[in-house]
Write a new protein. Structure first.
Length: 267
């Protein structure tokens, strides 16, 4: 039961839907089947890992048909066998929902503060602004004061103009060696972005990945769920003990090993 709940949590935490999960699995390791139709579907499901084996078969079958109906999957005949492959359209969809690790993170060495004073009677406009600030990656420092690492001027100018946000909105900046009150920028970012909790999750993932008896697919999903929550701050602002890069390389090794293993075991 615990494994089933874990699979469900990771599925919707990373992908949002079972269709996305199946698409990811087929893209990662493929799903060669003997032939199309019900028999082929059943064989593909038998090849599926323990994640899909915990999901109701009827639900799997429905999702499978949806993948073909949406033109995310197709059959390709090779050596008298029909292989299931992700279409180009499916690959584009994968790119949209899979979190990516950014090896380059350009930054102008400034921290931006957004402060505003919007009349109380315009609280709907104020709430709209708050939701937009969250959407562009800002973190609330205190009431009406938000922090972001990237210059929000252009985005905010367009949003304020389109939605006719009233009141006064000010954008200021400080350098990375500055501080807010008695708190350094680095300490502030650790707190605002919950970096300690994320780093602990990376540490646990790395330890689990080194154990030979851990299901690889669960480990891959576990990593993606952490990466989805990782704000991927500029490398200059991360703590010295940060494990994000180490975890990423561990993920790459697991992914490469899984693909290599599957390719060797196929006829």
């Amino acid at each position: 039961m615990a494994r089933k709940l874990f699979a469900k949590e990771l599925t919707y935490g990373v992908f949002g839907s079972l269709i996305d999960l199946i698409l990811w699995q087929i893209f990662l390791v493929g799903a060669s089947v003997g032939k199309s139709g019900p028999r082929g579907v059943n064989q593909a499901f038998r090849e599926a890992d323990e994640i899909l084996s915990k999901i109701n078969h009827h639900t799997l079958t429905t999702s499978w048909h949806q993948l073909f109906k949406k033109k995310l999957l197709t059959y390709k005949k090779r050596q008298n066998l029909y292989n299931v492959e992700v279409t180009d359209f499916g690959k584009k969809k994968l790119e949209q929902f899979l979190p990516h690790y950014f090896t380059k993170r350009p930054w102008d060495n400034k921290i931006y503060l957004v402060t505003y004073d919007i009349p109380e009677e315009k609280h709907k406009k104020r709430d709209l602004l708050r939701k937009f600030l969250i959407r562009i990656g800002c973190k609330i420092l205190q009431k009406s004061v938000w922090v972001t690492l990237y210059n929000p001027r252009q985005l905010l100018d367009g949003f304020i103009s389109r939605h006719r946000i009233p009141g006064m909105i000010i954008i200021s900046d400080i350098g990375k060696d500055g501080g807010i009150g008695e708190t350094t920028i680095q300490d502030l970012l650790v707190r605002l972005y919950s970096l300690e909790k994320i780093n602990d999750r990376y540490d646990e993932f790395i330890k689990n990945a080194r154990e030979k008896n851990k299901p690889v697919k669960f480990l891959l999903l576990d990593y993606l769920s952490i990466l989805k929550d990782d704000p991927q701050l500029p490398f200059e602002l991360l703590p010295d003990s940060w494990l994000g890069d180490k975890a990423y390389h561990q993920y790459q090794q697991l992914q490469s090993g899984l693909i290599l293993t599957r390719s060797r075991t196929r006829p």
